[in-house]
Design a protein around this ligand. Structure first.
Ligand code: COA
Length: 334
């Protein structure tokens, strides 16, 4: 019998500091009106000086473990998705493992940018289904704010991103009467467009990896071709969502909640419109948190599980698009 995998607990943590659009307008030529109108973002959270990614991740993890009724020692493995690692190496997951006090527990980072959480969820699902591990922590964690260009030159990217962390516990479900399950996951990538949204350095392709010249050229800050990204996102997201629903033999109209990656409210509205999905089935939190990349989906999931909006037995569809390019979808029976 193939084992099934289900999510048994969710958690999130964002740093306390709230940064408004007006706060950003004091640093660069932008406005609250421009940011709200183009992206739907009103505020985002930033870490305090010295607050590191694994600090956020451990908070989200403890909340997810509490919800699942587990201790860190009950876990078999940790997978952490991030594009803003605490160190060049080792991965942020190792700092998280140390904070959890679970010496010996395997852990690794997964790099698939804004699609990272669903990529990690698919790995956890495969581990459980194949009987390798029974209880896996899947976390998404980003500290963007320490790596953004706060001059007018960087405004197109900087206003969109925030810091935060989300986590879930994935467990084997071998109770015959329990329908809760990760039904299908589909992953895609197109490296051809890597430089349409990327941070080039520090880079092992560059002698000494980071130099004053490179920094003067601002090649250590994210660069994005916004319109190009937008165009691909609104094509790939419906495509992969329909592919995954088909694989799961689930009808679009039977899905109760569509959790879209929180990159831009306009992208999500456009996708929902194209597929004729009613807005009340598409919760968003980008207005408060901005784009938290790999943390966005688990944060949105946690909010909607804790508020009681997502109930056991319902169908949940997650869909992402991000740098790489990468795009994914996962269908779950909650
Ligand atoms: N504040 C004020 N003006 C800004 C600005 C900001 N933060 N950022 C860019 N602008 C200006 C541009 O310089 C440009 O000025 P110009 O017309 O004088 O040249 C103008 O606004 C329009 O820029 P454009 O890039 O064409 O705007 P847009 O309508 O495409 O919106 C994005 C920009 C970034 C909001 C949009 O392209 C987008 O959301 N793209 C997808 C981004 C994304 O999802 N990234 C993450 C994927 S995981």
């Amino acid at each position: 019998m193939t084992l099934r995998a289900r999510i048994t607990g969710t958690g999130m943590l964002v740093p306390e500091r709230v940064v408004t659009n007006d706060d950003l307008a004091e640093l660069m030529d932008t406005s609250d009106e421009w940011i709200r109108q183009r992206s739907g973002i009103a505020t985002r959270h930033y870490v305090a000086d010295g607050q590191v990614p694994s600090e956020l991740a451990v908070g989200a993890t403890r909340n997810a473990l509490d919800a699942a009724g587990l201790d860190p020692a009950d876990l078999d493995c940790i997978i952490l998705a991030t594009l803003s690692a605490e160190a060049d190496f080792p991965g942020t997951s190792f700092f998280l493992q140390q904070r959890l006090g679970v010496e010996g527990l395997p852990c690794f980072d997964l790099r698939a940018q804004c699609s990272g959480f669903v990529y990690a969820l698919s790995v956890a699902n495969a581990f459980v289904r194949s009987g390798v591990y029974r209880r896996i922590l899947v976390a998404g964690c980003e500290v963007h704010s320490t790596g953004l260009d706060f001059s007018t030159e960087g405004r197109d990217v900087t206003v969109l991103f925030g810091d935060g962390s989300g986590a879930v516990v994935v467990e084997a479900n071998d109770e015959p009467g329990d329908t809760s399950e990760i039904l299908e996951v589909r992953l895609h990538a197109q490296g051809e467009y890597a430089d349409k949204l990327w941070v080039e350095a520090p880079s092992s392709a560059i002698p000494r990896r980071i130099t004053p010249e490179l920094m003067a050229e601002k090649r250590h800050f994210p660069r994005m071709q916004g319109r190009f990204v937008f165009k691909h996102a609104v094509t790939r997201m419906p495509e992969v969502l329909l592919e995954t629903l088909g694989a799961a033999s689930v009808k679009l109209e039977d899905v109760d909640h569509f959790l879209f990656h929180q990159a831009n409210l306009r992208i999500n509205e456009y996708v929902a419109q194209q597929l004729e999905i009613p807005p009340e089935k598409c919760p968003n939190n980008i207005d408060r948190f901005g784009n938290c990349s790999a943390a966005s989906i688990p944060m949105l999931l946690d909010e909607n599980v804790r508020s009681g909006r997502i109930e056991r037995g319902q169908l949940v569809a997650m869909t992402t698009f991000g740098s790489g390019f990468s795009w994914t979808s996962a269908i779950l029976r909650w």
